[in-house]
Design a protein around this ligand. Structure first.
Ligand SMILES: Cc1cc2nc3c(=O)[nH]c(=O)nc-3n(C[C@H](O)[C@H](O)[C@H](O)COP(=O)(O)OP(=O)(O)OC[C@H]3O[C@@H](n4cnc5c(N)ncnc54)[C@H](O)[C@@H]3O)c2cc1C
Length: 354
């Protein structure tokens, strides 16, 4: 299947995916057929790794077509990227070939090491290490597609405060996937928490650590460019809606032009972050892009609703779906400085962003 066919099929089925609220098996098969599952896996394991600019284009287009499917892909890719960048060849060689072929599916449950449950005194997942085994106990708060996954890439904290990342077989004794939750949008991602009770895996499944802040190296951390790119994809979908509305109603033209202009500038600035020729970005550039994406995805979807009026408010209308999807960016992988930027805007507080 070509990527153009893939995007068309995903866009045509996006409202149904939302309505069914069940794991999108067919859409995941299409990703495999179009070769998209190879995009983050190095060639030596059978992949066809894209550079970050090409990957960003891919995520933008996929999120524009179907946010749920694209989001599932980011979690699966996050797991594959963590494995591929492991310093331990054993885990790379054991897992990557079956992930690239689509025979196995992996997902990631690591937010408790970055943005989730940070206020708890006891780490949500505790780890004990021996010479040849790793034992995990606790609760992974968020795992997308846990019931569809063969592997869960997760992490935990040892008694000395050091952290590890490890690949856990989803059907391993002691792993209990909870029923998936009903969400405002993206319910079909079958996101849930996973209980770990004395889950002991061989040390050969260790991906990283033990070390302090095990997620500080590697791609795709909280509030990464990928998260902003998915918001940009939803914005881009709404640009088409406001273009269509303004082509038929003269009074909407000026507003539509302003919003389209903001989208173009934001897209240019986001792609500058991943361009190989534009590496000199300020330290807070990634968070600032995410704040701008959050702001525009909220305003763009609401502008589209205002323009499509009551029709856009009806369940199953693409604007109604996009409004609910926009809320996801207020909670998903949203680090404290980005959240504060959103709250500043919502309270009309003028604070320079840092
Ligand atoms: C649909 C969806 C899918 C996701 N998929 C994944 C995934 O596949 N993998 C993954 O790793 N992550 C995933 N995440 C997690 C996500 O990236 C964020 O980490 C998560 O949304 C943060 O929310 P939280 O409720 O866990 O935050 P928390 O900080 O744990 O807050 C939860 C609640 O605790 C209370 N609270 C917060 N701070 C304090 C405090 N200081 N003192 C007292 N109480 C406090 C508040 O009442 C808050 O509502 C997903 C999230 C969503 C919504």
């Amino acid at each position: 299947m070509t990527k153009t066919d893939l995007l068309e099929r995903l866009a045509n089925s996006a409202v149904d995916v939302d309505r069914c609220g069940k794991w999108p098996h067919e859409q995941i098969d299409w990703l495999n057929e179009a070769g998209v599952m190879k995009s983050v896996i190095p060639a030596e394991y059978g992949g066809n790794e894209l550079d970050s600019e090409a990957m960003t284009h891919e995520y933008h287009d996929l999120a524009k077509a179907c946010l749920t499917t694209c989001f599932i892909l980011t979690q699966r890719n996050g797991a594959c990227q963590r494995i591929a960048s492991s310093p331990f060849p054993e885990v790379r060689e054991a897992l990557l070939p079956s992930l690239v072929s689509g025979q196995h599916f992996a997902t990631v449950g690591i937010s408790h090491l970055t943005t989730s449950r940070q206020y708890l005194k006891t780490p949500p997942v505790q780890v004990e290490m021996s010479n040849d085994e790793v034992t995990l106990n606790g609760q992974i708060p968020w795992v997308t597609g846990a019931s569809a996954a063969d592997w869960i890439v997760t992490g935990g904290t040892c008694s000395d405060g050091q952290q590890v990342l490890v690949a856990v077989p989803a059907n391993h004794e002691g792993v209990e996937v909870q029923p998936f939750v009903q969400l405002m949008a993206l319910t079909a991602s079958e996101t849930t928490s996973v209980k770990l009770e004395n889950v002991t895996v061989p040390r050969s499944l260790l991906i990283a650590g033990p070390t302090e802040s095990v997620l500080s190296s590697g791609s795709g951390g909280a509030g990464s460019v990928t998260t902003s790119t998915l918001a940009l994809g939803v914005i881009s979908r709404m640009v088409e809606v406001i273009e269509d509305q303004s082509s038929r109603r003269e009074e909407l033209v000026e507003t539509a032009e302003l919003l389209k202009g903001e989208y173009s500038v934001l897209k240019k600035d986001l792609f500058a972050l991943v361009s190989p020729s534009d590496r000199d970005q300020p330290a807070n550039a990634t968070a600032e892009i995410r704040r701008r994406c959050n702001s525009l995805v909220l305003r763009m979807t609401q502008a589209a609703l205002t323009m499509t009026k009551g029709a856009g408010y009806v369940k199953g209308h693409p604007v109604e779906l996009a409004i609910r999807e926009a809320m996801f960016f207020l909670v998903w992988s949203c680090p404290a400085n980005v959240a504060q930027g959103v709250l500043n805007e919502l309270t009309c507080r003028e604070v320079s962003f840092s």
